[in-house]
Structures are given as structure tokens and as C-alpha cells.
Design a protein around this ligand. Sequence first.
Ligand SMILES: *[C@@H]1O[C@H](CO)[C@@H](O)[C@H](O)[C@H]1NC(C)=O
Ligand SMILES: *[C@@H]1O[C@H](CO)[C@@H](O)[C@H](O)[C@H]1NC(C)=O
Ligand SMILES: *[C@@H]1O[C@H](CO)[C@@H](O)[C@H](O)[C@H]1NC(C)=O
Ligand SMILES: *[C@@H]1O[C@H](CO)[C@@H](O)[C@H](O)[C@H]1NC(C)=O
Ligand SMILES: *[C@@H]1O[C@H](CO)[C@@H](O)[C@H](O)[C@H]1NC(C)=O
Ligand SMILES: *[C@@H]1O[C@H](CO)[C@@H](O)[C@H](O)[C@H]1NC(C)=O
Length: 482
Amino acid sequence: MKFFAPILLCAIPSLAAPSASEDVRGSCPDLPTKKNLTTSITTLPDPFLFSNGKRVSSQHQWNCRQKEISQLIQDYELGAKPARPTDFSVAWDNVSKVLVVAPAVDGKKISFNVTIKYPSTTTGAGPFPAIIAIGGASIPLPASVASITFVNDEIASQYGIQSRGKGLFYDLYGSDASAGAMIAWAWATSRIIDALEMTPDAQIDTSKIAVTGCSRNGKGALVVGAFDKRIALTIPQESGTGGAGCWRLADDTYSQGINIQTAHELVGENSWCSKDFDAYATSINLLPFDHHMLAGLVAPRGLLVIENNINWLGPQSTYGCMKTANKIWQALGAQDNMGFTEIGVHSHCRFPAEQQSILSAYISQFLFDTPSNTSVMATTVASSFNETKSKRRGVHNPEFYNVGMGKLTSSFAVHCFRTNTVLDTENSTSVRATLQLKDIDTQGQGRLVENLGNDLRTLVGADALEERSTQERTGKRRWGLT
Ligand SMILES: *[C@@H]1O[C@H](CO)[C@@H](O)[C@H](O)[C@H]1NC(C)=O
Ligand SMILES: *[C@@H]1O[C@H](CO)[C@@H](O)[C@H](O)[C@H]1NC(C)=O
Ligand SMILES: *[C@@H]1O[C@H](CO)[C@@H](O)[C@H](O)[C@H]1NC(C)=O
Ligand SMILES: *[C@@H]1O[C@H](CO)[C@@H](O)[C@H](O)[C@H]1NC(C)=O
Ligand SMILES: *[C@@H]1O[C@H](CO)[C@@H](O)[C@H](O)[C@H]1NC(C)=O
Ligand SMILES: *[C@@H]1O[C@H](CO)[C@@H](O)[C@H](O)[C@H]1NC(C)=O
């Protein structure tokens, strides 16, 4: 929702005094320290329960909880994603459309190339939305979108457990880095987005980026989308266990004699996860998270999960896990920003034409701001996933659905209006405020943006606001509530 008004006028509806149980706005509980996990949780863990036992009761607290979940998943499953190196250079070859991304750490420097393919049917000038395809795309790429193939294997190899620690990422951070291949890809994708932001001549709209990938690279696509809030749309395809499936649900399916990939198999097959995950692969119930919460790191951004009914991928597990994950979007009042589609009976990574309309709807909604019907929760196995039954089996606990539902939507509706500015609050369902300046000279621009940033800071608490990204060309800046 966009507001345009001549004077500054701010209001936060329903901003009651924080209740005793609510953390002070702008602060988050301390992040838990890494330890040997010993508490068994047989159901899918509650995404709205902090490690300190407190409950998420506002959108700000959900942002805090996302930080905690991010840390937990890095500590026990994926390994650490390093911050952006300060020593970081980018070159742009505008003839072959190659971006040379060159980060350096402690005197060690790596460099990798990504090639941008521009829309074939160009209607007007850029900047263009872009889809980053992890290891190549298996979905039909729309002609109106730029595409970037990310050769993830050169960043972190995935040809078996013997490939652990091999690839450019490990040349930079050491072969004993805790990061498994997937978080290394997430790190590199974030560097690609940095490079695009630093290269306005490349004409990519970094607020309109999607990621996709299939199978092992689908697992990767979900991880990539989960760990960078600049990604507008995440489309993991047939990612199965280790992606859209939940570890606990996969173990449960396996216990029924079905040939599904489990954590135990996965850690012996490849180096996708951190070495630190090995210790938990046979005792998944010790993890304080599961993959409904990995998906929850994407919320309330766009997520379209495409699956298949191949046993190895675990159609019950992916459907159950993502149906549960959708409760997080529901709590944020954005349930249609996340969907699941599995229509079955096709070969692995082949995209059926029947799913084209839902894919197009997500691309229109999240890459072109064109309102579309993105509501989908389609599966061929609905009858085999019964929430009540799963609860009785001790695997899946739907109780937490009721806790945060609809309650996280209203506390951060910030409405600000200022001369010559358009503040897109994306209404009260979103944690993001996008500020766009119009008709202001370059010098005045920065000052006004800064002032409005400060106004927002006053409203939501000094530490609650961080600038996420700036688009040099358009002067569009985005803040997030920390
Ligand atoms: C965790 O267990 C390992 C042995 O399994 C031990 O070496 C380590 O010190 C323990 N760490 C903590 C924090 O208890
Ligand atoms: C590439 O950049 C150079 C130098 O800025 C410019 O002269 C040239 O027109 C550009 N070429 C293309 C194809 O954009
Ligand atoms: C990367 O791109 C640059 C610029 O086009 C080119 O000079 C270089 O050879 C490329 N490197 C590789 C490994 O392809
Ligand atoms: C949106 O699409 C779904 C099918 O994916 C359909 O069931 C639903 O009725 C549609 N909703 C609207 C408002 O058109
Ligand atoms: C789920 O299982 C319970 C217990 O077996 C049963 O009563 C209920 O009808 C089932 N629900 C659905 C939607 O199949
Ligand atoms: C807020 O945004 C959501 C998602 O875009 C939309 O469905 C809803 O109608 C909007 N609410 C208002 C009050 O504009």
C-alpha cells in the first residue's frame, strides 16, 4: 500500500505499552550459545517459542526469533555463514555480460564469474527482475526476467562426503570451516546480490530477485532463500529431505518401511550440511528446530515449494512440513505468500505444464508487483497426512498453530507520510518499509532519506531499524525492523 502526502505524519496503531512478557522493542533475547543438545523433542518444534522459554507475541519478536532460528540452524545443521568480507571487489564486463565477483579475506582472494542473460522480449529498459538458478534452472524461465546461472559446485563441491571442504569458499575460509556446501552457496549468492547492488550498469533490480534449483540444488535454493532477506521469491523444486521435508517426518515415514531419504542417509551421501550435523543425524529429536522453521526464515517473503510424489523425496514429509510452515505465514497475516504444489507422476526435475499457472502467479506477484492468486496447497498425498493422526503418533504437534495465529500482524503498522516521499508500508502484515523518493535532487535525497530513517527509528525504537539495501540508481532504500 502506498501513501503519498504533503506533510510528515506518523502513527502506530495498536501500540499499547509493552506487556510484562514482551521484550522491549528494539531488543532481542540473547542468542543461545552452542552446546551439546540433550533435550528430546519428538514433535515438530514450536516456531514461536524462544530458547529462553518465552513466547513470540509481536512481529518484532518474530524477527528476533528468526535470528535465533538462523543461529540454531547454523550451529547444529548447516555451519556458519560468514559475513560479507570488507575487502570485496567487483568487475563488470558489459560486452559478455559477466560479473566478476572477487571477495578477499585475510589476504586470500577468490574470484568467480556469473553471466547475466537478459530478457529476450525486452519491453522497456531495465533494471530487470532476475532469477538466480542454483546449478541451472529446471523451471521454465519467463522471457521477461533476467537469469543468472550460479555454478554452485565451484564454490563448494558436492560429489560425495570426500568433497567436504573443497571449492572456492574453502580456499577463503579454510577446508575445516564449519559451513557445509549449502551454506557456502548461500554465502556466495549473497555476494552475487552484493555485486549486483554495486553494479548499477548491470541493470538488475535487486529488490526483485528470485532463487531456484532442483533436487540437491533445490535443497540449496531453500537454504539460499532462507539466509538472505533481499531475496523476494524462493522456489525450491523437488528438494525433498534436507530441503522442504522435515527431518522428523522423514524418519517417521522411514519407520513405516518407505524408501525415503533420511538425515542418516544424507550425511553419508554428501557434504551438504555441516560436519557438526553428523552427531544429530541419528538423533534428530535433539534438534530444537526442523525444516518448517528453515522455511520460516523466508517468511513473510515469497516461497513457492514445488515437489513430486517420488518416495525418496518424501511427499508426506514435504507436504506435512510445508503445511506446517505455512502456519508461520498465517501468523504473520501473509499466508498466500507461501504455497506448496505437488501433482505427481512425472520424472524428477521435469516441470509439468499443469503447474505453469501457479509458477507464473508467484513470479507476477513477487517479481512484478502484479497482484496474483498465489494461494496453493496442492498434493497427491493429502489423505496420507492427517494432522490429528500424526499428533497421536507423537511426530507432529499442531498445537502451536493456535499460539501465534493472527496475533503478529498489527503491532508494526507504521504509517509515515512526508513531502515528496512515498512510503510503502506494505501494510500492517509486513515487517518491511520501503521508501522511495521522487523529484528530489541527488543532494537532498540522502538527507531526506536519512531523516525519515530517523523518524522511523524514533517510532520503533533506536535499535529496531537497520538499513537493508539501497538501490543506487533509483535511490530506493529499504529498512527492516531488526
Ligand atoms: C560435547 O561432547 C563432546 C564429546 O562428544 C565433548 O568433547 C565436548 O566437550 C562436549 N561439549 C560440550 C559443550 O559439552
Ligand atoms: C560498455 O561500457 C563502455 C564504457 O563505459 C561504454 O563505452 C560502452 O558503450 C558499453 N557497452 C555496452 C554494450 O553497453
Ligand atoms: C571471468 O570473466 C572475465 C571478464 O569477462 C574474463 O576475463 C575471465 O577470463 C573470466 N574467467 C573465467 C574463469 O571464465
Ligand atoms: C486461487 O487459486 C486456487 C487454485 O490454486 C483456487 O482454488 C482459488 O479459488 C483461487 N482463489 C481466487 C480468489 O481466485
Ligand atoms: C484423521 O484421523 C483421525 C483419527 O484417526 C480421524 O478421526 C479423522 O477423521 C482424520 N481426519 C481426516 C481429515 O482424514
Ligand atoms: C495487506 O497485504 C496483503 C498481502 O499483500 C493483502 O492481502 C491485504 O489485503 C492487505 N491489507 C490491506 C488492509 O491493504
